[in-house]
Design a protein around this ligand. Structure first.
Ligand code: SF4
Ligand code: SF4
Length: 471
């Protein structure tokens, strides 16, 4: 733990100067239990189980969640998205970004503190560290000791558990990009694509390094969200804060002391809040970009307050406004309401677009050759190129029809079966008796319909060009 002393030459007039190339000291996090620690467990376990089990789930004979990059198909639950559906993915990403903004305005960095994979995996690795090497003081002592048999066993056990968690994580993650059963069988029988083996090794190493060694440095220096989240804050954003009005002046005292008479506040300067902090900051220094709102310092300080017989909540999830004035505007804030309104509109548009998504695509282009139309006897013909995309999850044969203001007739269309994800491109002619045509240009509408399911249909309108009508 680095303690900043007033005599430190890097500190001048309250400003701490940091050498960016200086090696970070190892952070020994004290284990703490409490409300927020339990809350993280209850929110983390379902998310973790969802992440681990989803690649094993099978719907319609295929993985429930599979991003099949070589075939450019994303299987998500009962739907398969293809490159033509890129708009939905873009919408989804924009909605996710706005959801994050809205939640941040309201409750600060709860995503970071409770659900971010970096936090969840770091806590799993900390648990393994605690099980194998003991709590903070034992770990500090063990690290200072020279190598001996027990130290080797404890360290090996810890790294063994870390590697196992990292390997399971990597297998699961790669299992979102190739069927996980094939992946695992392939790895066991050494019959797997080299790229898959590389990515499993890469993500095992990345998880091991991130959660085992980089930890808080990812949040402090690498995460882009940490850099810009402060612009979304206002004075009513819920965040972990130290009630300096109540806590200062801080100082040690005995439980029975009349500390008020000694001119002291409620903070006994025990530094527990710093020792439990996974990003190694002192919340008493004020709101800091590094704080991930994990609430561990709240649990630690509440325990100290209880032991001292003081009210809990010296450090708490609160707002700047409440600390200063004792009041807070809650959700009735322009910034939050604006984000919420945009989010709700986007979600409504997305749900509407998704529910009206057609499992077949039809595109028709009129032949723009030298001759816009052909005359054959008493009929006028236009040539069109039809592209039928089968976006469904089974093979279909499509019937084609045409409608308009004149008795149009399709020539040259044969209904072939189109496999799922495949498309049929075909040239056809549309003819109309010349005597019937009274316009040079008219609208014509094509419609395809799956022979085995009339609900699967799509329409496309274009133009039909003919000669000047006679007399
Ligand atoms: S845990 Fe509470 S009492 Fe102890 S130093 Fe932190 S704020 Fe002060
Ligand atoms: S200051 Fe408190 S809430 Fe912020 S990261 Fe540290 S322990 Fe978590």
């Amino acid at each position: 733990m680095t303690e900043q002393k007033d005599t430190d030459p890097s500190t001048k007039e309250g400003i701490r100067y940091v050498n960016l190339y200086e090696a970070e000291d190892k952070v020994y996090v004290r284990r703490i239990t409490g409300f927020y620690q339990r809350l993280r467990r209850y929110t983390g376990i379902p998310l973790l189980l969802g992440f681990l089990l989803m690649p094993w789930l099978v719907i319609d004979g295929r993985p429930a969640m599979l991003f099949d990059l070589p075939t450019r198909q994303f299987h998500i639950l009962w739907t398969t998205f293809r490159p033509q559906d890129g708009m939905y993915l873009a919408w989804l990403l924009i909605i996710a970004a706005f959801l994050l903004f809205t939640v941040t305005v309201l409750v600060g960095r709860v995503w970071c503190g409770f659900t971010c994979p970096q936090t969840v995996w770091t806590h799993m690795f900390l648990w393994a560290e605690h099980v194998c090497e003991g709590d903070r003081n034992k770990r500090i002592k063990l690290d200072r000791q020279p190598w001996h048999k027990e130290k080797v066993i404890r360290k090996s056990a810890k790294h063994g558990i870390w590697l196992m968690i990292a390997l399971i994580t990597a297998l699961t993650f790669v299992g979102y990009f190739m069927p996980i059963r094939e992946l695992i069988v392939g790895l066991i029988t050494l019959d797997v694509h080299l790229a898959a083996a590389f990515w499993v090794a890469f993500f095992t190493g990345a998880t091991y390094m991130n959660a085992g060694f980089l930890r808080e440095q990812v949040c402090k220096y690498m995460c882009p969200y940490a850099r810009f989240q402060s612009v979304m804050y206002d004075k009513d954003t819920l965040t972990v804060a130290y009630n300096y009005q109540r806590g200062e002046p801080r100082g040690p005292r005995k439980p029975k002391d009349d500390y008020r008479a000694q001119g002291l506040g409620d903070c006994i300067d025990c530094s527990w809040c710093v020792q439990v902090c996974p990003v190694d900051i002192d919340i008493r220094d004020g709101l800091q970009a590094e704080c991930i709102d994990c609430g561990l310092c709240v649990d630690a300080c509440d325990q100290v307050m209880e032991r001292m017989g003081y009210p809990r909540g010296l450090i708490d999830f609160t707002t700047e406004e409440r600390i200063e004035t004792g009041r807070s505007r809650g959700v009735l804030r322009p910034r939050f309401l604006a984000y919420l309104a945009v989010l709700l509109v986007m979600m409504a548009v997305f749900v509407n677009a998704l529910s009206s998504r057609l499992p077949v695509g039809l595109d028709v282009t009129r032949d723009r050759g030298v001759r816009m139309y052909r005359i054959s006897g008493d009929t006028v013909q236009n040539v069109y190129t039809l592209k039928i995309d089968n976006l469904d999850r089974s093979t279909h044969v499509y019937d084609l029809s045409v409608s308009g203001d004149y008795p149009f007739e399709i020539q040259g269309y044969r209904a072939y079966p189109v496999d799922e994800g495949d498309h049929l491109t075909i040239a056809i002619r549309v003819a109309v008796p010349r005597s019937e045509l009274t316009e040079v240009k008219t609208t014509i509408t094509f419609e395809v319909e799956a022979r085995d399911n009339p609900d699967i249909r799509a329409r496309h309108s274009t133009t039909f060009i003919g000669p000047q009508p006679r007399g």
